[in-house]
Design a protein around this ligand. Structure first.
Ligand SMILES: [Fe+2]
Ligand SMILES: [Fe+2]
Length: 370
């Protein structure tokens, strides 16, 4: 297969090469690069089926209460707002959140399938152990988001076909860097940005708790990508590294394209509100046509911040493509910052909380003592 593992730095085999896993020498080549993040997993154990962690039965009225504030809804920042009454605005906000969270649930499923797949191709037993652990954690995210969506809306919406195409490419690709850069850096980075944003602004305490516990896991998944890149990228030939750099931009810019907002996909919701999806798309495009306004909107939500930062700090994004990302983050500010990521603090708080629950202590006392 063309381009498959052309460089030994990847330390991997084709997913159907199981005999390679049984090579006695392979077991002896376990790196210790992932030991810390493997050992940390017990500290943040949680179970989405146990109400001691997240109580999905807590009441919430979708007709009168907003899951996310109106001010963060993209459509309501445009001419769409003038067409709707208060009840319809609540329906649009909560209905849009249903779509986003369904997309996240499908993303969690993709992460589960991808990380399980990494176990078949990574040769380093340490990296493999971490990938197996990640698959276990992604499985509980699938359960957690399913529980939340079930409690609020009954069931998830189908996946946006555009995002499905992007994710399929990563799941089916035999190229390990498409999987790791696509999953561990772009998807995980985007998830950390989105989760931080939702955690910070959500008005539903159940969702906040679910997000915080999910982030205690995701913060480590994100670190896996960075450790892998630090181990691998410096040993790659320039041409190969550039190919990865270009692909990172392709994925990032694809995510930004108009159709990633999924207007057509949300057709049923708009129709219910008496709106035409093409008209809504036009209204949003018009509002975003202004370059400064678009940049302001992107920067204020910070959704892309951790993702861009990881790509830069791992040497995947260099001066060659860095200017492409400048509309979405302040690159100077990013370079001046330390290694802390958006969401790290939320995850750390979550870990303290989980430790208390797991040791049989009352986590509310922990909050009171601080
Ligand atoms: Fe996840
Ligand atoms: Fe993850």
């Amino acid at each position: 297969m063309e381009n498959f593992n052309i460089d030994a730095a990847y330390e991997c085999v084709k997913s159907d090469d199981f005999p390679a896993m049984l090579n006695p020498d392979r077991y002896m080549k376990r790196s210790n690069a992932f030991d810390k993040i493997i050992a940390a997993t017990n500290d943040h154990f949680w179970d989405p089926m146990d109400p001691k962690y997240v109580d999905f039965s807590a009441p919430f009225d979708l007709k009168t209460q907003l899951v996310m504030p109106e001010s963060l809804n993209l459509e309501l920042r445009t001419a769409v707002a003038d067409k709707l009454d208060e009840g319809q605005k609540i329906r649009l906000v909560n209905g849009s959140v249903h779509f986003v969270l369904s997309g996240i649930l499908h993303g969690e499923q993709a992460a589960l399938s991808l990380s399980a797949d990494l176990c078949h191709i990574l040769l380093d037993p340490g990296a493999q152990e971490y990938a197996a652990n990640q698959a276990r954690e992604e499985a509980r995210h699938v359960t957690g988001f399913t529980n939340y969506i079930k409690a609020r809306w009954g069931k998830p919406t189908v996946m946006d076909p555009f995002l499905m195409g992007l994710i399929n490419e990563m799941v089916y690709s035999p190229l390990v860097w498409k999987k790791i850069v696509g999953l561990q850096m772009v998807l995980e980075g985007l998830a950390m940005g989105l989760f931080s944003n939702f955690y910070q602004f959500s008005q539903d305490s159940v969702l906040k708790q679910l997000l915080q516990f999910t982030m205690t896991d995701e913060a480590f998944h994100h670190k896996f990508g960075k450790i892998w890149a630090d181990k691998t990228v410096p040993h790659l030939p320039e041409k190969e590294r550039e190919q990865i750099e270009d692909w990172a931009w392709t994925i990032f810019s694809a995510l930004l394209k108009g159709n990633s907002f999924g207007f057509e996909h949300k057709n049923a919701l708009y129709t219910e509100l008496g709106l035409d999806w093409k008209w809504v798309q036009g209204a949003v495009m018009e509002a975003m046509a202004d370059k400064d306004r678009r940049a302001g909107m992107a920067k204020s939500t910070n959704v892309f911040r951790s993702l861009i930062k990881t790509l830069i700090k791992s040497g995947i994004v260099t001066q060659r493509t860095a200017p492409n990302y400048a509309a979405f983050v302040d690159l100077k500010e990013l370079h001046a910052e330390g290694d802390a990521m958006v969401g790290d603090e939320i995850a750390e708080e979550g870990i303290k909380f989980l430790k208390a629950i797991n040791e049989g202590r009352d986590p509310r006392r922990l909050a009171a003592a601080e």
